[in-house]
Write a protein that binds this ligand. Structure first.
Ligand code: PXL
Length: 294
């Protein structure tokens, strides 16, 4: 009887930021509490994420190669590859090599193409990263761009709220999936005529169905919610959930995190108070709100 590898391993390629609950500081607690072993491959070490007015930044591009080489010598096996904020455009090739060397037929590759938000690249994000990310998503099974990243990856101008019909979104998701990823999930889609709601759209090429989850929008922007969202999606899919159930769990968890934080007088840059809601990941979903988009 094989009793090894009872806990699935997920290699997490993200930065470590001291302040702000982004990247590894969201990925590690969420995936650990969902029952997976997180193996971090840190891309950079920052004093704080890049939306704070000032921060230090240590690029770990060269060290990543050393870590991967040692992992190869140790003959480690990963079940999931999950990438997020990369510290330099050169890291894209390194990540592609990691995936090529270690990926086995049933492994899952999740790429969160972190580039920007609100129609702009993040401060410090190299312009070349957009072209590199367009290539990296081709190797992924699942990608989770926000609306800004969706249009950057498609190399199309950003659309206004009035232009974001179900038809346009479906076509955009399919166009991105045609480049490689079987599942494309787009977050932070505003709802036409309703500023109090926000949607997530998803497309699964195997089956050809589109899904939508709409939830209340609290008017506060918290960095790191994208990392939190994709971490819950990754954990839910690794646990065997269907795509719409994974979407429900992730949107519900984000909403719980925002509600746990919103009532305090608080600096939103510090992110949602994950610590207050992490235990909710053990609970079955409370309300199911996914819809099929036809
Ligand atoms: O959550 C995205 C993210 C991740 N890592 C760093 C960031 C940001 C967004 O600002 O600055 C360092």
């Amino acid at each position: 009887m094989r009793i090894q590898n009872q806990v699935k391993k997920v290699v997490a390629v993200h930065d470590l930021s001291g302040m702000g609950r982004v990247s590894l500081m969201a990925v590690i607690p969420i995936l650990s509490s969902m029952g997976f072993q997180v193996c971090p491959l840190p891309t950079a070490v920052l004093s704080a994420h890049t939306q704070y007015p000032d921060y230090s930044f240590l690029d770990l591009t060269d060290e990543m190669k050393n870590i991967i080489r040692k992992w190869q010598q140790m003959d480690v096996r990963f079940d999931t590859f999950y990438t997020g904020y990369l510290g330099s455009a050169r890291q894209v090739k390194i990540v592609e090599e990691l995936i090529t060397r270690f990926r086995r037929p049933n492994d899952l590759v999740v790429v969160d193409p972190v580039l920007g938000d609100n129609g702009k690249l993040y401060v410090g994000m190299a312009d070349e990263m957009v072209g590199e990310m367009r290539r990296l998503i081709r190797t992924a099974d699942i990608i989770t761009p926000n609306l800004t990243e969706l249009f950057l990856l498609l190399d199309r101008p950003m659309l206004s709220v009035a232009e974001l019909s179900d038809r346009v979104l479906k076509e955009s998701l399919k166009a991105l999936s045609d480049k490689g990823p079987e599942i494309v999930i787009v977050t932070s889609v505003p709802v036409m005529d309703n500023p109090h709601m926000t949607s997530v759209y998803a497309y699964n090429r195997g089956g050809g169905r589109y899904w939508k989850v709409t939830c209340p929008y609290l008017p506060a922007h918290y960095p790191g919610t994208g990392d939190t969202f994709t971490s819950v999606i990754t954990g839910a899919i690794m646990q065997g959930d269907s795509l719409p159930i994974a979407l429900d769990r992730a949107t519900q968890f984000i909403l719980q995190g925002i509600r746990a934080t919103f009532g305090y007088e608080y600096n939103n840059l510090d992110g949602i108070m994950l610590e207050k809601v992490l235990h909710n990941l053990d609970m079955p979903i409370q309300v199911s709100s996914y819809e099929l988009v036809e």
